[in-house]
Design a protein around this ligand. Structure first.
Ligand SMILES: [Zn+2]
Length: 398
């Protein structure tokens, strides 16, 4: 077993094993279409609570064919991140590199804010076409030491490196961060944004254990891995966004002799590890209660949302035979099927109102309460019952 990239400990324990399930993000054109599966299991470091997938499949980190654009998902705090660059002394003509630039949405914001020397690094072919059509300089590559060396050779060191929602997707996060350090100017700043593990382990949001996330960090072990990679963390905040919490971290090159976590960190590490240890039993107790309630849900049962949070929730709770229909207003998904126990169709909310009277609505579009309120309002005086995915009465602690 490999050692922990955040703390070098070699001892890991099983967090949870969900068995073999369909890979997320796969939509079928017909009920007969084949689909890939994954054996999804997670383990945690017994020293720092870092969660990682137990078996990281080769090819699972290749994003060159992924075409998911994320611009419309920007959090409210995005302007504050951009303003922070000026606080750290980044000038408009300093080189800023964004790793995982997706479709160039954040580069757009940097450009609008007056920063002119921008380079995006991104493997997705489809996303890079969008970025380049907007005039951005993009290097098509996965980030590693080789990419870093060629960027450094061609463009020189960066005063700022931005890396949002990418570190959790990579198989070797320590090497990934060291490659960032190798291109950062001595007075440069790096900004890292990742989802926080706390909603999973503390609030039991198990659906966040997504097959694309190979490592899941806490505020404490994120700081540990940054120190391992040779950075000094200047600020690390947990910011709520919709139904999630994101960790926002700023760091510089480490000054000599500052490598130990402080006393508060050590206490928090123990708490994080204990939460990981309790997760499996708490999740098992939760799904026993959910399944008992779900057997009484009037049919058809309609799940709101047709993305990975919803399919994760259904597969992880064992409700594959209960859900009859998904509702999603993304036109790219309407008319397709998701692989559950049977291939399960996706319809738009207007089609739902006009064509199918749900027996039960499962409010699973986490963080999109307004959309669910609007979409379900016409059904409120009918016989439909509404169930919350995480009913607080089913979330008793043990
Ligand atoms: Zn560790």
């Amino acid at each position: 077993m490999k050692h922990c990239p955040a703390c070098s400990n070699e001892s890991f324990e099983l967090l949870i094993d969900f068995g073999t399930i369909p890979k997320s993000g796969v939509y079928l054109d017909s009920p007969e279409a084949p689909f890939p599966t994954i054996h999804l299991a997670h383990e945690f470091c017994t020293s720092c609570g870092l969660i990682r997938q137990k078996a990281i499949e080769s090819g699972s980190h290749d994003y060159s064919r992924v075409d998911r654009a994320t611009t419309r998902q920007f959090p409210k705090y995005i302007d504050q991140i951009i303003r922070s660059l000026s606080y750290y002394g980044i000038a408009p003509d300093d080189t800023i590199i964004e790793i995982g630039s997706n479709d160039g949405g954040f580069l757009d914001r940097l450009s609008t804010a007056g920063f002119s020397r921008l380079i995006g690094i991104e493997p997705s072919i489809a996303c890079n076409e969008i970025s380049r059509s907007k005039g951005h300089a993009i290097i098509s590559a996965h980030w590693d030491e080789n990419t870093a060396a060629s960027v450094l050779n061609e463009h020189g060191a960066a005063r700022a490196v931005i890396c949002r929602h990418t570190l959790e997707h990579v198989p070797h996060p320590l090497e990934f961060l060291r490659a960032i350090r190798s291109i950062l100017a001595p007075d440069g700043i790096v900004f890292i944004e990742v989802p926080d593990a706390r909603p999973i382990t503390h609030d039991l949001r198990g659906h966040e254990l997504w097959d694309e996330h190979l490592h899941i960090f806490t505020k404490t072990n994120l700081q540990l891995i940054m120190r391992q990679a040779g950075f000094e963390v200047t600020r690390c905040n947990a910011w709520p966004e919709r139904s999630d919490i994101n960790l926002l971290l700023w760091a510089t090159h480490a000054s000599a002799g500052n490598n130990a976590p402080n006393a508060f960190d050590l206490e928090q590490l123990d708490k994080d590890v204990e939460l990981c240890r309790r997760f499996k039993r708490r999740w098992h107790n939760f799904i026993v209660r959910v399944q008992a309630v779900a057997t009484h849900w009037p049919k058809p049962v309609v799940m709101f949302g047709a993305s990975h949070p919803q399919t994760n929730f259904i597969h992880f709770t064992g409700l594959q035979s209960i859900v009859d229909l998904f509702v999603d207003d993304n036109p790219a998904k309407s008319g397709l099927y998701l692989p559950l126990a049977e291939p399960t169709p996706i319809v738009s909310s207007s089609a739902l109102i006009n064509e199918t009277l749900p027996g039960t609505i499962l409010r699973g579009a986490f963080g999109y309460e307004d959309w669910m309120d609007r979409a379900t309002a016409p059904l409120s005086c009918g016989p439909t019952i509404v169930a919350r995915a995480y009913d607080s009465s089913l979330l008793q602690s043990e």
